[in-house]
Structure formats: C-alpha cells, structure tokens
Design a protein around this ligand. Structure first.
Ligand code: NAD
Length: 349
C-alpha cells in the first residue's frame, strides 16, 4: 500500500499506523498540516473493507480539517484518525485506551475528538493515557448555560448566523418572512429551525422520522414534505442538515432556491457542483465554513476560553462567509473554490 504516491496524499506531515495485537486495535492517524497550530480532528471508527480504504479516508478528512480550521480562524491545523472495524462488534474499553496511547505517542501534534462510531465515553477511556483528547469535559454552551458536551447547539447557531449572511448577500434582507427548506431535523437541523422560527422565517421541513417533523409542525408551524421532495420545493433557502452529496447531478436541476446554506458535511457530490450552482445563480455557503461552530466550540472548551469568546468567534462565521461571497462575485468564481483559496492563503506547508 503506497502512502506518498497515494491519490489523496497532499503534503501530509505525518501518517502513523498503530497495531495492538492485545486489544485488536488497528488505527491510522494522519496529520495534514500544523502551520497554524496542533492538528485537531475527530476519531472515526468504521468497518472499512480494507486498510487502503481507511487510508484514503484519513488522508482526505485530515486535509479537510486543515481548511476548516484555517477558515474558522482557529490556531489549529488539520488531522484525523480512523480505527478499522465495526464499533458495534469489536469496540472495547481496552481498545479505546490503546487508542489513547497512540494519540499520546504523537506528542501533542494531534488532538482527537468525537466522530462516527466514537462516543464521549470512548474519549474518556482514551484520556486515561493521553492529554491530547478534546471534546470532553465541556463546561459551557455559547449561551453561557452548562453544556452536556454536545457541540450541536454551537454548530446550529453558526449555521443560523451564516445563513443570515448568505440571505443578506443575496436578497439584502434578514430572514424574516423568507421560506427556508430544512432537510433533516436532527441535533443541528432542529435547533436551526428554532432559530429561524424565532427570527420570523417560514419553514418547510423533512426527515425520515415522522416524530421529528411532527415536533416542527407543533412548535414552529412548519410545512412537511416527503424526503425526496425537499431538494425541489419552492423556497428562498435550502438548508441541507442530514447527509452529504445531496447537491449532485440528479438534484441540481430541480433546486428552486436562490441560496443553499446548511450544516451537512460534503454537500457537493463533486467540487464541480459549485460552479454549476454559480451558473444557476444559486449562492452556496461552503459547508465547512458554515458548519464550523462545532469545532470552534471544541477549541474553546479545550483551550480554556469563555462562553462569550466562543459566541463571538462563532459569529465571525458570518463575516467569513460575506468575505467569500464578495470575492466570488468580484472574481466570477464559485464560492467553494474561493473558500479553498482563502484557506490556502492562511496556512503554509
Ligand atoms: P443527526 O444524525 O442528529 O441528524 C440528521 C437528521 O437527518 C436525522 O434526524 C435523520 O433522521 C435525518 N435524515 C437522515 N436521512 C435523511 C433523508 N434522506 N432525508 C431527510 N432527513 C434525513 O446529525 P446532526 O448532528 O444534526 O448533523 C447533521 C449534519 O451536519 C451531518 O451531515 C453532520 O455531519 C453535519 N455536522 C454536524 C455537526 C454537529 O455539531 N453535530 C457539526 C458539523 C457538521
């Protein structure tokens, strides 16, 4: 298996492999770039078909974190870790402790946190052997209320701020009276709906679980559509808050909104979708910029800040997006392309 020749390898500083026969842990940590600070990125446990697939994922995701941290104005670089295996079948406390030793062995160049398949309990087990575990012992929410450790309130607030910036750029107004279509009413989508409702927006929502949409009907007077209809409803803003790649060759023709601004990761099936949205005059808020509230939250909790500093940092997501939109207009470029360029201007290899 090649690393330096790998298609997703892009000047990564460090790629480390760990094999612990005693606990069965097989893991990879990739540190993409530490120019702005130590690398931060979640630990993902997934039943990869083979180690090549796991390597591809960790190389790609760690690079994405460098861009995300740079655009979020964090003094952090990008990294990621992956554990090979089905978390429901093979994960044990001992294995997580071994993962902690692996993280510790990098001497602080990489901080880990939660991702798919890894819970806060798992992080606590890692923390028995490493000081470089983030996403645990959260003290406060951005509102100043105590935190239960879930960064979703910060993510949702950041998306709300970013969506407002996009609406301001596109329509020159606030969200009051506009219609927003939300795909997915989970941890982030539901909270986004609450912010939008309080600000006077009308909501069209969908989810695969009827209890989630029913709650939005009762609390926010939302209109419900079927999951397969959400990408083509008549509305002002589309907010993807479920899964990735929902903006693709199939869905793009049906999109009727003038703005796309939501929490989901990897919303564009390919980077070329960004240019297609530009040609359709649809303003796209790059996903990793608008959904950075969660990583900003983790940063402030870990590096001992305050709720007020965290809140104003999250609010800068709006300014960052406005800068991207203006530059994209000036240079006649897609917003995702401009976001990548601006991130690259902030870190060096
Ligand atoms: P979640 O699992 O709590 O919510 C996702 C919701 O989408 C669920 O209610 C689910 O039922 C629904 N859903 C799934 N498939 C659907 C479909 N086909 N149509 C309609 N609804 C569907 O997840 P979350 O934490 O709210 O995160 C939402 C998105 O935002 C994810 O892409 C996640 O990666 C991204 N994100 C989350 C955070 C965070 O802090 N939680 C941070 C950054 C990015």
């Amino acid at each position: 298996m090649s690393v330096f020749e790998h298609g997703e390898f892009d000047k990564h500083e460090r790629v480390a492999f760990w094999n612990d026969e005693k606990t069965g842990l097989k893991a990879i940590i990739a540190v993409h770039n530490t120019y702005l600070g130590p690398a931060l990125g979640g630990c993902r446990m997934w039943p990869y078909a083979n180690s090549a697939e796991a390597l591809t994922d960790v190389l790609r995701l760690s690079k994405g974190m460098t861009y995300k941290a740079a655009m979020a104005e964090l003094k952090l670089g990008g990294g990621k870790s992956v554990i090979l295996g089905d978390p429901r079948r093979i994960k044990t406390a001992d294995m997580m402790e071994s993962m902690g030793r692996f993280v510790e062995s990098l001497g602080g160049s990489y901080y880990t946190a939660e991702d798919s398949g890894i819970s806060v309990d798992d992080l606590h087990n890692m923390a028995k052997h490493s000081q470089y575990i983030a996403g645990i012992n959260a003290k406060y929410q951005y509102t100043g209320e105590p935190s239960d450790g879930n960064p979703a309130p910060s993510t949702a607030y950041g998306v709300f701020v970013g969506l407002q910036a996009a609406v301001q750029h596109k329509f020159g107004t606030g969200v009051n009276g506009l219609t927003v279509a939300i795909q997915g009413l989970g941890h982030v989508g539901y909270r986004l709906a609450a912010h939008l409702h309080a600000a006077g927006a009308k909501l069209i929502v969908t989810d695969i679980y009827p209890e989630n949409t029913q709650r939005a009907v009762e609390e926010f007077g939302a209109t419900v559509v079927a999951p397969e209809q959400i990408n083509s409803v008549k509305a002002d803003v589309l907010a993807p808050c479920a899964m990735g790649a929902t903006i693709n060759l199939e869905s793009i023709a049906g999109i009727q909104t003038s703005v796309i601004a939501g929490a989901a990761n990897n919303q564009l099936s390919t980077e070329a979708m960004g240019e297609m949205l530009r040609q359709k005059d649809i303003l796209y808020a790059p996903d990793y910029v608008i959904n950075a509230g969660g990583v900003i939250d983790i940063y402030h909790q870990r590096f001992d800040s305050s709720a007020a500093a965290m809140k104003s940092h999250i609010e800068r997501i709006g300014d960052n997006l406005s800068a991207i939109f203006t530059r994209a207009d000036d240079e006649n470029k897609a917003t995702n392309e401009v976001a990548n360029t601006m991130a690259e201007e902030r870190f060096k290899y």
